[in-house]
Ligand binder design. Sequence first.
Ligand code: FAS
Ligand code: PHB
Length: 391
Amino acid sequence: MRTQVAIVGAGPAGLLLGQLLHRAGIATVIVERQSAAHVLGRIRAGVLEQVTVDLMDECGVGTRMHAEGLVHQGIELLFQGARHRIDFPGLTGGRTVTVYGQTEVTRDLMAARAQAGLPTVYDAGDTVTLHGFDGSTPQVRYRHGGQEHVIDCDFIAGCDGYHGVSRASVPANAIHEFEKVYPSGWLGLLADVPPVCHELIYAHSERGFALCSMRSPSRSRYYVQVPPDSKVEQWSDDAFWAELRLRLDPQARERLVTGPALEKSIAPLRSFVAEPMRFGRLFLAGDAAHIVPPTGAKGLNLAASDVKYLASALAEHYGERSSAGLDHYSARALRRVWKAERFSWWFTMATHRFPGTSGFDHRIQESELDYLVHSKAASAALAENYVGLPL
Ligand code: FAS
Ligand code: PHB
């Protein structure tokens, strides 16, 4: 099989890239390890920056997002028993975010790809291998249906996440990895209950961090910070709700509606960046190149901005026969990646209680949050990072 761009991974990065390139008349094949149902079964991000909303529109898949997504004009910070609202439009000249689950983003993109009849191979398992991307004739090979398959292509887009094969295919001496692992995880629970508040509540308590989020007016997503070695089997639904209550203020506790978990999982907290994001004719995008702790709601949105840069560079290559965009892709993407890494690290360190920290550390956190909500400049800095820095 031959194509112009072979995409490894059918998560948000791979599907967004496939759709953008299709709209630019560039042929792609996507090869995905899991089944489509498995990909759709993952519960992950919930907040879209305007950049991502605009990209969904550019892909021609924004209809349901605009109909069902919730435009949010702020978040609340809860600490020392009091809530403080961060007013996005007031602090950023009118900007907002949209609450629309990653699952729905993926569903919309999968449907568009299927409708366009674009080649997508699911269930490739761990058989995908990358070849020749340091030369001019790269290949993606995989096994499917008991047969070996070879995709000859011009470029490979590694959109296969943190544990994917793309970054792992790069020689160790060609890549520089930066990592910080936090001594905690996020235990998340999804339930068909109305949210405790119409906006997200980020809670800092002596017992640890908690987040009250949502997917719709009738479906809520909650998180509590847990020790890094926690197992989801250790947490009954009742234990989760009881712990969440202890981290909320009286008003939220009173309004909290509990119910059976539709999904419950633990995500590790990690900051990670691989440099560069290009190796010859292999380009990394999304979690394949970087990971952020979900505190700042940046993971999915960074995947979107990587894809925006890469798609325009590929369109320039095929359209104007210029390699300038491709040559600049890594440096351009990394500038935005590192700013999101900084924000996500800062917001995580300000709101989480980590083991081994001292009373002094805790007072500094409380002072940081107190300064944040009482300084217009500090609140504006939080707001402009949360709604998303410009491309
Ligand atoms: P993804 O990991 O989503 O997609 C990569 C795809 O590649 C997957 O479908 C995978 O099956 C496939 N793949 C992997 N190896 C392969 C191989 N060898 N061959 C072929 N295919 C392969 N972000 C937030 O903003 N908020 C959150 O609350 C949040 N929660 C998260 C919870 C968890 C458990 C995880 C892991 C991430 C979370 N994230 C969150 C971040 C997440 O949303 C990512 O940023 C987003 O999925 C990035 O999309 P992709 O880069 O497409 O990577
Ligand atoms: C979510 O709704 O899953 C969500 C929202 C905001 C975050 C992280 C996760 O910062």
